[in-house]
Design a protein around this ligand. Structure first.
Ligand SMILES: [Ca+2]
Ligand SMILES: [Ca+2]
Ligand SMILES: [Ca+2]
Length: 574
């Protein structure tokens, strides 16, 4: 039935029951519609079946009088727009119009006198990210690290540019058809299954879901170690089954070295497999390979040093250069690893993150877990961890092997940050971007006294804190200013901005030493510099005058202390 919205001008609509009444009346008086076709709508004719409140706007006015004036001066009624008040004291109304005309009404009403704001009706989601997985209530470690809050923003599935995020799981295999893992298993998009051909030319025939390196084939065994590791990283989350995984919705690439004691050549082949996937992805801008962002190594050799295994360290370094963060469990022996030896923990490559374990009490486990203020970056829970098991069910898992997967999952989550610039850089500058992600994880750990002297950060993984800072650190900041780990100077506010010469900067210094202030023009030339002393250690206000000789325009203001710097844009209008 074609119709004109004009008709409804005869039916004052003030509540939803009456909207229904509008429907009834339309049916009843449909013959009248023809008569009112001649009413020209103020902003075009609507088509299609009439339904109540096809689309709606909310309008806020300066006063009730403004609303009355609006009604008098616009042809809201004639055009078939209906409304109902929202509350009495704010001059707020919800307007109902046809979806074809809603944008035009929004534009017109926004410009009308006495109108403060016009907005579309939004759908509000309950901020309940606690997943519905059956065993979630037993997964104490996830809320401790703020995972449910981080899941408000991050799901680990894709980058802002749509790249599918993959974590490689180098382990003794995981049960790929486990009900909580089967949907998370990575599928090689460039390999046709079971045709006996190495379609993507990576040296592995029919490697549709990764590779098993002991028997050299595409089928994986169900490792009693690899299965819980995979589940902690990325079990299907919010699927009413089993557990939640840290990475919520990331793909898991099984790289299986099918034994409990794995010869290093198998490890190296697996590292090469992941490296090849990511290098191809980088060089082809996503046309080939896969976007592997981390490789989980809940494994190692105790009582050896990097000089015994330089090739292993070298491969981890190459992975880092390609943008793959190696996440490594330190030994379960409660030892200072610098002294006793631990590979690959001691490789200490740029990108690697080495993890020890904390207990149910959120303390360093004194009975288990290596430590080092030079090589172990942080801790994550590693005791009484509920995860997927190789029998196809669930069970408790523990040790540093349970800790590293939480960090791998966190890396994957951060790559799903809703920032296009970051996602673009992840392909054009994979190494620098991965360094940013590593720095973000390390800079946002929860400080714990028991970790303070014996790890690099003195803290335990806090993914919510990392998520909160991701938008600033990964997205807006000049990447150079956050590549270093450690205390960093922060510009909190510049005012007024634009300014006419006198600038106040509120910032957080890292020492009481003088701060270097520099101004660069938009092509990066130094326009002015000074050194200013500061008074207090907390947030500090710095006030200075820019030279009168400076041309008006936009500049980059940089504050630096001890190699740490922060920058922001300022506009100077002398
Ligand atoms: Ca292949
Ligand atoms: Ca094939
Ligand atoms: Ca689940």
């Amino acid at each position: 039935m074609k119709h004109s919205d004009n008709f409804s001008c005869f039916i004052p609509i003030y509540n939803k029951d009456l909207i229904f009444a509008r429907y009834i009346n339309i049916m009843k008086y449909s013959v009248l519609i023809v008569l009112f076709f001649s009413f020209s709508m103020a902003i075009g004719q609507s088509q299609g079946d009439l339904s109540p409140a096809e689309s709606s706007l909310i309008i806020q006015l300066k006063s009730q009088k403004a609303w009355d004036d609006l009604l008098a001066n616009t042809q809201l009624q004639k055009a078939g727009v209906t409304w109902k008040p929202i509350g009495k004291s704010f001059s707020l109304y919800e307007l109902f119009t046809h979806k074809d005309t809603v944008e035009e009404w929004k534009r017109r009403l926004s410009n009308a006198p006495g109108v403060l704001h016009v907005e579309h009706v939004g759908e509000v989601q309950l901020r309940n990210t606690e997943p519905n997985d059956e065993l979630y209530s037993e997964q104490w470690a996830l809320p401790l690290m703020g995972a449910p809050l981080a899941w408000n923003e991050l799901d680990g599935a894709r980058t802002a540019m749509g790249d599918e995020i993959v974590v490689a799981v180098l382990d003794n295999g995981f049960l790929v058809d486990h009900p909580d893992l089967e949907n998370q298993v990575w599928t090689n998009p460039h390999e046709i299954p079971n045709n006996g051909i190495d379609d993507d030319n990576n040296g592995f025939v029919d490697d549709v879901h990764g590779w098993e390196f002991l028997n050299d084939g595409p089928d994986h065994n169900a490792g009693s170690h690899g299965t819980p590791v995979a589940g902690i990283i990325g079990a299907s989350t919010n699927n009413t089954e089993g557990i939640a995984g840290m990475a919520y919705n990331t793909k898991l690439m099984p790289l299986t070295a099918a034994a409990n004691s794995i010869p290093t050549p198998e490890i190296y082949k697996a590292l090469n497999y992941a490296l090849d996937q990511r290098q191809k992805y980088n060089s082809s801008q996503g046309q080939e390979g896969s976007f592997v962002v981390a490789i989980n190594l809940s494994l190692g050799i105790d009582f050896v040093f990097p000089e015994n295994y330089p090739i292993w360290c070298n491969l981890l370094d190459s992975l880092g250069k390609a943008g793959v963060i190696p996440v490594v469990s330190t030994t379960n022996s409660p030892s200072l690893i610098d002294s006793v030896g631990d590979v690959p923990a001691l490789c200490g490559t740029d990108l690697q993150i080495t993890v020890t374990k904390t207990t149910r009490q959120d303390e360093k486990d004194i009975f288990e877990g290596g430590y080092s203020s030079n090589f172990v970056h942080l801790a994550a829970p590693g005791q009484l961890i509920q995860s997927t098991s190789s029998s196809g069910t669930y069970g408790l898992f523990g040790g540093t092997s349970a800790s590293a997967p939480f960090v791998s999952g966190a890396v994957a989550l951060l790559y799903s940050s809703p920032c296009v610039e970051f996602a673009e850089r992840a392909l054009s500058r994979p190494y620098e971007t991965a360094l940013q992600v590593k720095a973000l994880i390390l800079n946002t750990t929860k400080p714990l006294p028991s970790l303070e002297p014996i790890t690099i950060t003195g803290g335990r993984l806090d993914i919510f804190e990392a998520m909160k800072q991701a938008n600033v650190s990964l997205c807006q900041r000049d990447s150079n200013s956050i590549l270093q780990f450690g205390p960093s100077i922060r510009i909190n506010k510049v005012y007024p901005n634009p300014n006419m010469g006198s600038v106040q900067v509120r910032f957080t210094p890292i020492t009481l030493d003088p701060v270097e202030v520099r101004l660069y023009d938009m092509v990066g030339r130094l326009a002015w510099e000074d050194q200013l002393s500061i008074q207090v250690f907390e947030a500090e206000d710095l006030e200075f005058n820019l030279p009168r000789s400076l041309a008006s325009g936009t500049y980059i203001l940089e504050l630096s202390q001890e190699g740490s710097r922060d920058r922001t844009k300022i506009i100077y209008i002398p």
